[in-house]
Design a protein around this ligand. Sequence first.
Ligand SMILES: Cc1cc2nc3c(=O)[nH]c(=O)nc-3n(C[C@H](O)[C@H](O)[C@H](O)COP(=O)(O)OP(=O)(O)OC[C@H]3O[C@@H](n4cnc5c(N)ncnc54)[C@H](O)[C@@H]3O)c2cc1C
Length: 301
Amino acid sequence: MNPLFALSRAVLLRMSRAAALGRAVQGTAWGRRSVRRFVAGNTIPEAVAVALDLKGRGFTVTLDRLGEASSGASADTYAADASALLIAQSTAGLEPNVSVKLTALGLEEGSNLAAARLERILTTAQSVHGFVRVDAEYPHSLDQLHEIVCTARAAGRPVGTVLQANMRRSMRDVDRLISAGVPIRLVKGAYDPGVDGVGESAAVDAAYLGLAERLLGSPLHVAFGTHDDRIIDQLGDAAKARGEVQLLYGVRAELAERLRRTGWRVRIYTPYGPDWWPYSLRRMAERPANLRFVLRSLFGR
Ligand SMILES: Cc1cc2nc3c(=O)[nH]c(=O)nc-3n(C[C@H](O)[C@H](O)[C@H](O)COP(=O)(O)OP(=O)(O)OC[C@H]3O[C@@H](n4cnc5c(N)ncnc54)[C@H](O)[C@@H]3O)c2cc1C
């Protein structure tokens, strides 16, 4: 990896965890303006309007209310918002489909509380024939994530999760999740894998293709969460027939359009909400050139 890229990535990832700085910037109008390329507004009606526009252009949409580590009342609010979002999607004629994060559901207070808040969202999802995907986060939270999701799936809940190719453990986790019938979104991984990392980007790509093969050999629906057209091209027609590609809102819109035209089902993962700092910084860490877009929108050029 280019040393300058590695340095800016490390700095941006560190800044994404600077909560006080994030809160200060999130409160400003210029901050909100700077991230509108990646974030579909602050409120549910704004997010639903963006989703309707995407639907009109032939895409399906997953909405994600931004939020990271929470507890107590703010975790309750996050859960209530996810349920309200499912209902708003259904009312607007959209497929009710949301992504949530266990840390935002209060995982730091313990698995039971987070699972109980997730259960409330899943009950709502079931009532509107919707689906909830629980995003994968830091390596130390993955055991709890799998336990919670497998238990909910065993109870018949409409829930799926995410596997990160940059972690070695994913090659083991994939079998457990397949046997539990948990639908998977496969991604390269946005969190530092620590000692469990598979290595540099070529190793992550190889791990991604290995996991894709395992998943395509199972009866489950598979979602490929990537903007990497070289990987998507290697997935082949079986993947196109069986699964879908998911891209992040504001990232590689031209690729989303090309994939849609060539017969892929394409879903746009669309985040919204006032807590956009960590998410936006992670997107910039993936591609420091995004800083240019952010600065341009910030200064109105
Ligand atoms: C729908 C979706 C859901 C995700 N959910 C999770 C999750 O739950 N947990 C998790 O750890 N990670 C998640 N991620 C993030 C993922 O792990 C990667 O960090 C991210 O997608 C970048 O990897 P890539 O596969 O796009 O490939 P890369 O090799 O990083 O990129 C491939 C190409 O896309 C371009 N590109 C990639 N990212 C950007 C960007 N931000 N802006 C502009 N161009 C870009 C690159 O320049 C390159 O040309 C998700 C990603 C997607 C698309």
